[in-house]
Design a protein around this ligand. Structure first.
Ligand SMILES: Cc1ncc(COP(=O)(O)O)c(C=O)c1O
Ligand SMILES: [Zn+2]
Length: 423
């Protein structure tokens, strides 16, 4: 077995390859290992995450940076010359005050963080940019991922721009736009007959057999996951350097939710925002809701499920970070909730008709869960709330194409228009 993960790999890291990152630390037992291509603790097999020695960072230094995620490079495991390497430059997406949706749901103050405007139209461009940097520093020969669709899009695009051979693995039943959005960037799109958990298992096997492969969410996962922190940093910066009271985040593997919390904690520690309570809420679709089921059952035991939902980007039946999602939501006084596919469709249309934002099924799930949290009294309507839209609706057109369409089909005449009753 000779892979990027092999302990005997002797690739010499250049100085500052991972910026201010100090080590990889085990989330379970705290054991530290040297920065490198590892993702499981050698003591207890717990997940490793990046720990830092942060320098003093000021708001002004951040504000003077580029209008993309590299403005936060001092807080990421990337070298100080990161802007010199080709990447898709994601981030600094808009934070929109959603007055119409707030009124509709009975909330006093609501914001939508709209990550559908990233280069490949989902938040995954953020994590991939960090993973690409790690892959480069580790001298990887192939850039790869198992994906529920959006990650494949982001990896394929970043790999193309970086000029590194890229192979992406997806479940064969994914939405056509997501397949095309990967295949256009790489000729090596592999559709696997199975669900995401099967695809992930295959990727782990390949990572164990092949040399020099960087699977962004497998063997360089600790570095990849850090990219999601930038969503949290941006929300705080765009709110004028303060944290929201409540935030609703979709959950597949659970990585994004836990990293937004990590970002908020770091900003507090660094004195960049005031220390205050905030509640984190997780959103799942009922057809794949292992974390929500565990939350409601008051247990830490997450029972893997076989997904059956239109929210395919969230269809991970055995979420790697599920247990940490429970931790964050319970610690902050939030919750994890789930909604049906019909409610997901309704919420996509609701967000579109109130705010002019077309979200994919993951965002439908998040907005629909926000609505349910209000209706069930789990969310305080007087507090400032942020909901994250993680992907674009053009990627999952079919989910609403039977709900919306022309009000009438008419002959090209004024009389026909009047007769149609549209006005
Ligand atoms: C659009 C979208 N939103 C949310 C998620 C959930 O991300 P995570 O696996 O970090 O929980 C995904 C994952 O693929 C996604 O594609
Ligand atoms: Zn450990």
């Amino acid at each position: 077995m000779s892979t990027l993960l092999d302990e005997t790999t002797t690739h010499a890291l250049r100085d500052g390859a991972f910026g201010n990152a100090r080590a990889l630390t085990c989330r379970e037992c705290g054991h530290e290992v040297a920065l490198g291509p590892s993702y499981a603790c050698p003591e207890c097999f717990g997940p490793l995450e990046v720990a830092y020695d942060f320098p003093a960072v000021t708001r002004e230094e951040i504000a003077a940076g580029p209008r993309n995620i590299w403005r936060y490079k001092a807080l990421l495991p990337v070298p100080s010359d990161i802007e010199q390497s080709p990447n898709t430059e994601p981030g600094f997406t808009r934070l929109l005050e959603a007055r119409n949706l707030a009124r509709e749901l009975g909330l006093e103050k609501l914001w939508v963080k709209d990550d559908s405007t990233n280069p490949t139209n989902s938040f995954k461009d953020r994590v991939v940019a960090c993973a690409l940097s790690a892959a480069r520093e580790l001298d990887a020969k192939v850039f790869a991922c198992p994906s529920t669709g959006n990650l494949a899009n982001a990896v394929a695009a970043a790999g193309a721009r970086a000029g590194i051979p890229t192979v992406v693995f997806i479940p064969s039943n994914l939405e056509t736009p997501k397949k095309v959005n990967s295949a256009v960037f790489t000729e090596k799109l592999v559709a696997v007959d199975g669900n995401y958990d099967d695809v992930n298992k295959l990727a782990s096997e390949i990572a164990g057999e092949e040399e020099g492969w960087a699977f962004v969410n497998v063997n360089v996962r600790p570095f990849y996951a850090e990219g999601s922190k930038t969503l949290g940093y941006e929300i705080a910066e765009q709110l004028g350097w303060r944290l929201p009271d409540q935030i609703v985040i979709p959950v597949a593997s659970g990585s994004q939710l836990t990293k937004v919390d990590k970002a908020f904690q770091e900003l507090i520690t660094l004195g960049l925002v005031e220390d205050k309570p905030y509640k984190v809420f997780g959103a799942q679709a009922t057809g794949c809701s292992p974390v929500s089921v565990a939350y409601k059952g008051g247990t830490d035991a997450i029972r893997p499920v076989k997904p059956d939902t239109i929210a395919k980007s969230l269809a991970i039946g055995n979420p790697a970070d599920g247990i940490y999602v429970l931790d964050v939501c319970r610690r902050t006084g939030g919750a994890v909730e789930d909604i049906t596919d019909d409610e997901v469709r309704d919420a996509i249309v609701l967000l579109a008709r109130t705010e002019g934002i077309f979200t994919e099924t993951a965002g439908g799930t998040t907005v629909g869960v926000l609505k349910k949290l209000v209706e069930t009294g789990q969310l305080d309507t007087s507090l400032e709330t942020v909901v994250i839209n993680t992907g674009h609706g053009l990627k999952t057109l079919d989910s609403v194409s039977d709900r919306v369409g022309p009000a009438a089909t008419i002959a090209p005449s004024y009389d026909a228009f009047v007769a149609s009753g549209v006005l």
